[in-house]
Design a protein around this ligand. Structure first.
Ligand SMILES: [Zn+2]
Length: 451
């Protein structure tokens, strides 16, 4: 097998992946803050790092890879959101975490080996803060504890910014308890009606960045191989994780490879609550099979921005309608190493999908071995694994295609027939069929109905 190359955000170059210990590979990915239903922007890292996890397990043997993805269940966003929806914090976090787990299943993501919750590791967080205060990397001020950014010379290396740029371009929190505007919170006091834990600095709660530093170390050690997340986490979240962990553990690295996926827009616009254009995964669950969403997410390279729109979903739906024609359940068949090459090139999923298209063409010629090759390659990235009946039943209940689209296609088909181009007419009929529409020619008009 060729070696795995991966783009490292820390060095800004594509590098050969060399694990610290081949028999013990660690990957940490920042999980959701469970204050609201996860959206398509959150689905992207789930699916991308799931493919990377599958790939690492294939290269280094399953049992050697440890994948950790946390759940942030204490955060200001959660407190605010629970207040707005008049739910208890426990009700809210439980509800969203349950929905998140359904999302992961729906997207056919393998479960991580560990899924720690922040609230289960508060004592370790307190210990890390004490350590940072002792070594003068942190200070207390009226029940608040801050990390002193000036104490860590390499701060800004990941996001590639100097301190002026960091202050100018960031959403640094303003606070009278800080000595320096870039300093960030490790611990803060909790009001009486808010969740809080006893600590040497009074009753309070940890800062978000600290949670990941502590949980990463707890399950993967002071230094591990891969740390992943969305591009929006580079600053301040990941920059701060590095500062805390390296200063507390006195290491030269926190993770060796930092991998970030690009942003997701919706119809070329940024998704935001105020515009009201957030596509939540639990909403997609009602209208599409998860395989459709998974394929659509893998269609772009993970580093590129991804625009979510109807055309993308339709394309992915049509491709899978076609591919499921070749469906067969295989038992534990291993993929050929050669087929993995596009993924070894910095997880090039679009190239891998192009390869799937050609494997499909081969397999549809009726050759049994190419059919198996095609199915194995689909299964490897978590596609074509749905039972065929489940897939077909879902197709029937899926969202209806637009009626304007149908009438246009019928018009195109009739024009083709008038010109005697029966081949094209047939292609259009099949396309409609793939979209769940059946047409019938009656005397001099064409009628249609949903399947
Ligand atoms: Zn994190």
């Amino acid at each position: 097998m060729k070696e795995l190359k991966i783009f490292n955000s820390l060095t800004k170059t594509e590098e050969s992946f060399v694990p610290i210990n081949k028999k013990k590979i660690g990957m940490y990915v920042c999980g959701p803050t469970v204050y609201d239903y996860p959206h398509i922007g959150n689905a992207r890292p789930l699916v991308i790092f799931d493919v990377l996890y599958r790939l690492l397990k294939k290269i280094y043997k399953s049992s050697t890879v440890t994948y950790v993805r946390n759940i942030t269940d204490i955060d200001d966003k959660i407190i605010d959101s629970a207040k707005k929806s008049k739910e208890s914090i426990e009700e809210l976090t439980k509800k969203v975490a349950t929905s998140f787990h359904l999302d992961c299943k729906y997207l056919n993501c393998l479960e991580p080996n560990f899924e720690p919750k922040a609230t289960e590791h508060i004592q370790d967080m307190i210990r890390m803060i004490e350590n940072l205060i002792m070594s003068k990397h942190a200070y207390e001020n009226e029940k608040h504890v801050y990390f002193s950014v000036s104490s860590f010379k390499e701060y800004g290396k990941l996001s590639n910014k100097n301190s002026e740029q960091l202050i100018a371009g960031s959403r640094v929190e303003i606070s009278k308890y800080k000595k320096d505007p870039l300093d960030f919170v490790l611990w803060k006091p909790s009001e009486e009606n808010h969740p809080g834990w006893d600590s040497p600095w009074g009753r309070g709660r940890p800062g978000w960045h600290l949670e990941c530093s502590v949980m990463g170390e707890k399950f993967l050690g002071k230094k591990f191989d891969i740390h992943g997340g969305g591009l929006d986490l580079i600053f301040p979240h990941h920059e701060n994780e590095i500062a805390q962990s390296r200063c507390a553990n006195k290491t030269d690295k926190f993770a060796n490879y930092w991998i970030h996926n690009g942003f997701v827009t919706f119809n070329k616009e940024k998704m935001s609550k105020s515009i009201g254009n957030i596509v939540t995964i639990n909403n997609l669950r009602k209208n599409f099979n998860g395989q459709v969403i998974r394929l659509a997410l893998l269609n772009s390279h993970y580093k590129q921005p991804l625009d979510w729109n109807e055309r993308l979903i339709n394309e992915s739906q049509n491709t899978l309608n076609k591919w499921y024609g070749q469906y067969e359940k295989l038992d534990l068949e291993e993929i050929d190493n050669d087929a993995l090459n596009p993924l070894l090139e910095d997880l090039n999923t679009p190239k891998y999908i192009t390869q799937l298209h050609s494997l499909y063409e081969e397999s549809s010629k009726g050759n049994k071995s190419s059919k198996i090759k095609f199915i194995k390659a689909c299964n490897f990235i978590g596609l074509l694994e749905e039972n065929k009946k489940v897939w077909q039943d879902f197709k029937k209940s899926m969202i209806r295609v637009d009626e304007n689209f149908i009438s246009k296609k019928i018009k195109d088909r009739n024009n083709a027939r008038k010109k005697g181009d029966y081949k094209l007419a047939d292609v259009i009929r099949k396309e409609l069929e793939n979209n769940g529409v059946i047409i019938e020619d009656k005397q001099n008009q064409t009628e249609w109905k949903y399947k």
